[in-house]
Ligand binder design. Structure first.
Ligand code: G3I
Length: 315
């Protein structure tokens, strides 16, 4: 049968994965599956601030360029991840005073977005700015600059690449809850102020133990009604290990429900999984005893979750 990307491209849809530079360099089996199945990619780590500007004004694009070259050679668009985040940002940034921090954001965005202008379809401009209660996350950005850094970051990104779609991205915003409502209110307010924000990224780090967010589609529809695109940006569905056929079947229903919801909303134009093989996933490193969150096994065998994505796209 045909790969995911053939069915996705036929319906003008982006089916993507996060890409890690290690196996991209070293492993043919990884490259084969990546390039056969996906028509868009996101750098898992290589475009984050600690990778691209480890010291002030000293940029390093080795990993980012590697991913750009691979994507171009394989006809894949690129989703940029991420410009302003509280994780994987070097200490030198965190220690700046307000004016210097604002300048650092502007220079970082100018340089990174400018380098890839015209070649990156969309950017996660700000990532994870809320706490789970729906307040603003009390990050070093917020402590030093208040909420203003968010609008500033979008404006700097638009100036650096007028053609890139600019997204706000977060987790635990799949269903309708305090956090997704805070995101909705912020996007509404920013757009009312003319801030250039084009898309909302719903990460989609799910667990079969927590139940499925059944109002996902309804949530995406309310964002779409604001006039922004919606993307599932980091889908994975973890489970307690060891995996068994029951858990994998439940996982497959989660994948199916997510892609069905996205395909039902015209503004939902992209679904990206956060890695594709269980061989390389952030989950076991973060949640002890959990894993098997992705559509392929460690040996690159398609799991029921893969079939879910395939069936929905082929329908
Ligand atoms: O590169 C260093 C290496 O030099 C060092 O020896 C090694 C020792 O721990 O660490 C390596 O860095 C790791 C990096 O991944 C690259 O592999 C970091 O420790 C590790 O913390 C980092 O984890 C990443 C995580 O973000 C960090 O915040 C995951 O790969 C990545 O999947 C994850 O992705 C995030 C999204 O960006 C935002 N949304 C949530 C998602 C999952 O946490």
């Amino acid at each position: 049968s045909q790969p995911l990307r053939a069915h996705a491209t036929a319906r003008n849809f982006l089916i993507g994965t996060a890409v890690a530079t290690g196996p991209l360099s070293n492993e043919q089996a990884y490259r084969d599956t990546l390039n056969r199945e996906f028509n868009t990619v996101t750098a898992e780590n290589a475009m984050k601030w600690d990778a691209t500007e480890p010291n002030q004004g000293q940029f390093n694009f080795s990993g980012a360029d590697q991913i750009m070259a691979s994507a171009q050679a394989n006809g894949q668009t690129v989703h940029g991840h991420t410009l302003v985040w509280h994780n994987q940002t070097p200490g030198w940034v965190q220690n700046l005073d307000a004016n210097a921090m604002r300048t650092a954001i502007r220079n970082h965005i100018n340089t990174v977005v400018g380098r890839y202008a015209g070649r990156i379809a969309s950017w996660d401009v700000v990532n994870e700015v809320f706490d789970d209660n729906g307040g603003m996350r009390n990050s070093f950005w917020y402590q030093r600059l208040g909420e203003s850094y968010i609008a500033d970051a979008f404006r700097y990104a638009r100036a650096a690449d007028p053609n890139a779609k600019l997204c706000i991205n977060d987790y635990n915003v799949e269903g309708i809850n305090n956090k997704s409502t805070a995101m909705y209110n912020l996007v509404s307010r920013l757009r009312g102020q003319g801030v250039p924000i084009d898309c909302v990224g719903i990460q989609g780090h799910l667990s079969i133990q927590y139940g499925f967010p059944n109002d996902l589609r309804q949530n995406m529809e309310r964002f779409a009604a604001l006039g922004v695109d919606v993307k599932i940006t980091e889908l994975d569905v973890r489970m307690r290990m060891p995996a068994d056929s029951n858990k994998l079947a439940t996982q497959a229903t989660y994948y199916r429900n997510v892609i069905d919801a996205c395909l039902a909303v015209p503004r939902c134009n992209q679904l990206t999984v956060w890695g594709f093989t269980d061989k390389y996933s952030w989950v076991p490193d973060t949640f002890q005893g959990e894993g098997a969150a992705l559509p392929y096994t460690e040996n690159y065998a398609a799991k029921p979750a893969y079939q879910s994505l395939h069936d929905a796209l082929a329908r």
